[in-house]
Design a protein around this ligand. Sequence first.
Ligand code: ADP
Length: 412
Amino acid sequence: MKRWFRLFIVSVFAIAAVSLVVIQLIQTQRTFSISDNMFNVSVNNAMDEVISQIGSEVVQTDAHRASAFSYQELDSLIAEELLINGIDMHPVVGLYDGSEGSFLYSSDPRREEDLELSPYRYSFQPVGIVSSNQFYIILYFPYNDIFLQPGTRVYTYMSIFLIVVIAAMFFISLRTISNQRKLDQMKSEFINNMTHEIKTPLSTISLACEMLSDNSISQDPETRANFIAIVADENQRMRVLVETILQSAKMSNKNFRINPKPVDINSLIEKVQQSFRLTLSNRSGCIETHLEADPSVIEADELHLTNLIYNLIDNGIKYSTDAPHIVVSTATDGHHLLLRVQDHGIGISKSDQKHVFEKFYRVSTGNVHNVKGFGIGLNYVAQVVRLHHGHISLESEPGHGSTFTVSLPMRG
Ligand code: ADP
């Protein structure tokens, strides 16, 4: 999908979704205001009826007569009239004496302050009759009931729900589009890197084979051994590379199982270390080992453990700008074996440390330093550690190097 077309689709969708939400909000607001007016009219009608039934008696009497009312009767009369007018609610009812400035009665004395502020006040004074007695019935509808009347309530909830659904769908679609784009980018990067990574050892091997087949060169045992070492190292590099890609894909499957057997990790490290002889001598680097784990035999999958060690050392070398200096150490800690791979390379910033174990994640400086890779090595390492019920941690400081510590249980 072309960029402009994607932008066009997103913009149209955004405008449509925002317009829909705005229309919905306006509509809801209008429904509220209509229903608000209807509510007020209904309350007024109900109260007219209440006043006409009991009002004349109150007007002709004084406060003492007013207090002779059966207030519970007043409560139920109001509720009844409200129901007749379609309002199924029990408001707080107050009978207010305006000349005294106090309540003669309130159905909930804790709500007297709310009652005083309520706009629903109904005078007992019929039009045209002048009296010093100023009695009011005041109603208070708690919890903003106007908006929560049964009829409006369903529409209110539905509107809110629909707005949330539309907003959620919009963001999910945006995320899917952006993920799709990232995936496309990663795919093409992956193919580019893969071509480079496989072509280089292949041409090195083919060059070494050519040299070996030249009689004049292959006569010298030292030169011969050198070329054979080149072929072996490059072969091992390609093997780990292919293995990492294949196994990493396989490990995504939930049914994937490792094959644990007793493995001596110290001798495994010695073996892996051999594969880097040539690379290290070309870059005047070295691997320092402190293999102090005792016992050093653990229950592990030899193939995956070999690849894990290889990947960590290989990264240490790849991400060192000067002569690589890698320190590999092992130790035992209770029932765990600790494997530490330390380098003095470019290091990883705090914000990137959180992501380096994610599949396809590559720190952008990786490209600045022109280091090729797929971004799956550390993800594979983390998967192997997880399958062995172990733990991996990373300490790193940009410019000073990184230390990866793997802790594996001795017994699988
Ligand atoms: P890659 O194939 O890119 O090396 P990895 O999964 O092995 O993929 O590593 C992910 C990223 O983490 C790398 O691109 C690199 O930026 C960073 N990284 C890994 N190991 C090191 C290290 N030892 N020193 C500095 N950066 C590292």
